[in-house]
Design a binder for this molecule. Structure first.
Ligand code: ATP
Ligand code: MG
Length: 347
């Protein structure tokens, strides 16, 4: 188990981590999410005793990292995969680490095979690609067969096969009862890998919970409904007090209620439905929404408009969205494109 209890870290005037408390439980993969500069790596360094907190406490299985007698065997960490002596081979790097904890040469060879570095284990690490470096970092984290794993952006630089491999590896390590804490910028990847998430922004905890809870927390569930008499159905739904938007020919999106209610309204109005689909926001959409006010570093141009209200695009795969009564408001690329179209005066 990992516990962050009111962790706070300041660098000069900058508060990188600001009173952050959370618990990472064993048996599940927990994703650590937040925009650039939100304090993820700093929190991980505090948990590993690499930085001293200005306030609060970091505990791994109830102890501070520095008090662990054999840290590699209790917590495996990947922070900076490239922070390795570049003149050493991967095998020698792992052997040197293993020697500090009386870990066997056999274990080193097993891990080199597990991460797929057999062919290059004798080569200088300085000549490794980004993905090879990440694989070596993962081997180092697993060296002591630790109960707790703490990985900062482990899929960075991995190819699709590598990403799939890491996903399955992390899930299987969690299924063995280990505590797996992993930060990432790839929301779609986290949605597939993590079952719990902790979200930070500007050094503060924004939310935590299961992926489903976090998505439901933004209250963006919608219902997609299709009917030949869409206009009449839209009137009935609006009359019942729900927000309804025309998406495309005969297709409506209803916000703020569930599919059962929409079905009942349609039945009462005598409108036959050809589709009735509850839709949930993706983790990425939820992330964009809940971190909207915490993003410090924005890209320029139209993209920033797009991040302003990302959940509007939910349930609108084609993005072509028209409000009821505004037939001229069509766009074809989701909220970002609509905003750009407005700015750029698209015809
Ligand atoms: N050693 C340091 N000295 C000064 N400022 C630092 C130091 N480490 C981190 N910071 C600052 O603390 C804040 C949090 O940085 P951190 O690296 O923890 O963010 P992050 O969430 O890991 O970001 P990213 O997603 O880009 O990796 C940033 O503003 C950063 O500039
Ligand atoms: Mg970081």
């Amino acid at each position: 188990m990992i516990e962050s209890i009111g962790l706070t870290k300041r660098y000069g005037p900058k508060t990188a981590v600001d009173g952050v408390s959370f618990t990472v439980r064993p048996g599940v993969v927990t994703g650590f999410l937040g925009p650039n500069g939100s304090g993820k790596s700093t929190t991980m360094r505090l948990l590993l005793g690499l930085d001293r907190p200005d306030a609060g406490q970091a505990l791994i299985n109830g102890h501070g990292y520095r008090d662990l007698p054999a840290p590699l065997c209790e917590v495996g960490a990947l922070l900076e995969a490239r922070a390795v002596h570049t003149g050493r081979s991967a095998r020698n790097h792992l052997l040197a680490m293993a020697a500090t904890h009386r870990i066997s040469r056999r274990r080193v060879d097993h891990l080199i095979g597990l991460v797929g570095l057999d062919e290059v284990a004798g080569k200088r690490v300085g000549a490794y690609s980004l993905g090879m470096g990440q694989r070596l970092g993962i081997a180092a984290a697993l060296l002591g067969d630790p109960e707790v794993l703490l990985l900062d952006e482990p899929v960075n630089g991995l190819d699709p096969e590598g990403i799939l491999w890491i996903r399955n590896l992390l899930k299987s390590l969690a299924a063995e009862g280990r505590t797996v804490f992993v930060s990432s910028h790839l929301m779609s990847e986290m949605a597939l890998t993590a079952s719990e998430v902790i979200v930070v922004g500007r050094g503060r905890l924004i939310t935590s919970g299961s992926v489903d809870e976090v998505i439901r927390g933004i209250g963006a569930a919608t219902v997609l409904v299709r009917a030949a008499e869409a206009a009449r159905l839209a009137q009935a739904i609006a009359a019942a007090g729900h927000q309804v938007t025309a998406l495309a020919e005969n297709t409506l999106r209803v916000t703020g209620t569930d599919s059962t209610t929409v079905g009942q309204i349609a039945a009462a109005a005598g409108v036959a439905l050809s589709e009735l689909t509850p839709q949930q926001a993706t983790l990425e959409e939820a992330f964009m929404e809940i971190t909207r006010d915490s993003v410090e570093f924005h890209g320029g141009g139209g993209a920033r408009h797009g991040t302003g209200s990302p959940v509007r695009g939910i349930g609108s795969p084609d993005g072509g969205e028209r409000g009821i009564g505004s037939p001229d408001g069509g766009g074809s690329g989701g909220p970002a494109a609509s905003a750009t179209a407005t700015d750029g005066g698209a015809q």
